[in-house]
Design a protein around this ligand. Sequence first.
Ligand code: NAD
Ligand code: MG
Length: 389
Amino acid sequence: MRNICILGSTGSIGENTLDVVSRHPDLFRVRALTAHTQIEKLAKQCQQYLPDIAVVANATYAEKLKNLLTNSSTKVLHGNEGLIEAVMHLEVDTVMAAIVGAAGLLPTLEAAKAGKRILLANKEALVMSGQILMDMVALSGAELLPIDSEHNAIYQCLPQMKNAHQHEIAELLLTASGGPFLNRSMETLDRVTPEEACAHPNWVMGKKISVDSSTMMNKGLELIEAMWLFQMPAQKIQIVIHPQSVIHSLVRYVDGSLLAQLGEPDMRIPIAYGLGWPNRITSGAKQLNMMELGQLNFMKADLQRFPAIRLARDAAILKGTSPAILNAANEEAVESFLTGAIGYTQIIQIVEKVLEKINSEVATSLEHVLEIDRLARQTAQQFIRECSR
Ligand code: NAD
Ligand code: MG
């Protein structure tokens, strides 16, 4: 029996995780659930899964949740301290890190420090902290299992029994659907609305990652994520457009073998893999029907259309604080696009300006990374104000 804490249980990954968990009541027990502001949804989850702890954004939301959970033994906490208490809960051995954005960094690092099994969906946490999180995992003996479908696919294609496989790998190939604007005329991109940007052709996801998928910043963040997870130089990670989202990623070996993981585009597959590891459990996803598929297509990513890939690759090569700057600027710009303050093509323009303005430094500590994150957000906000004028 594994005891689970789900950070971000009301989100797309959080709900998919609960879906898989509820198929295996003999294998999993939910000990802690966290949400930000969706109190009613969290209350329903608490009534169904009876966690020891529930966490929300602040004291006001905590009061609201308590009012909805009368006669419940669930302890209601709030803020960062609450998130940290949830992952540190002695009964919890597995933490699903599924908060979106930088807000997930601190609890994920705490889970690593405490030596828990971390199922990592929150790519922004690893992009920001890079070596710091990887070192903490190595030091504490925590287990880090990738949930992002591409990284989960690569993990499945890597040899599981030995560590020294780096020299046997020629390259990692991250597949990308290309998102909703793969074929849209470039002249009309500045008129893209939040609804259009969030309408992903193959996946249903939260708004932030949906916008990132449309600009392909998501693939850029994933390139940086892969670099850290698999300790591979950015130069050995390629991006391949594959519009059907059936091959989730590939590993090319020096002998000419190319291993891929295939499946329906359903996040319950990588989630079940992480929850069940090292065993396989059912996920609720459909089996892939290859006869119905007929054909699979592949093409090069167009860097003119998707400049985010170039920015992310440069940041990956520079390392240091560059990935944190890229991530923070992108989070601010995407949020401003979703609220209507800036236009679609301005998202990546702002990220580029912020990267030009702030020099990359060696990332010395978590405090340093958090300070750079704040600076990058302030700088992005200045550019956003200039755009909205
Ligand atoms: P979502 O927006 O659907 O859910 C986000 C969750 O985080 C919610 O539970 C919300 O309450 C919580 N949250 C938001 N802001 C918070 C804050 N400031 N403090 C605490 N909690 C906060 O997002 P999602 O699509 O589920 O994505 C979650 C993470 O997983 C992201 O990092 C994303 O990149 C990654 N991911 C998602 C998918 C997918 O298919 N959705 C696939 C791969 C990776
Ligand atoms: Mg992904």
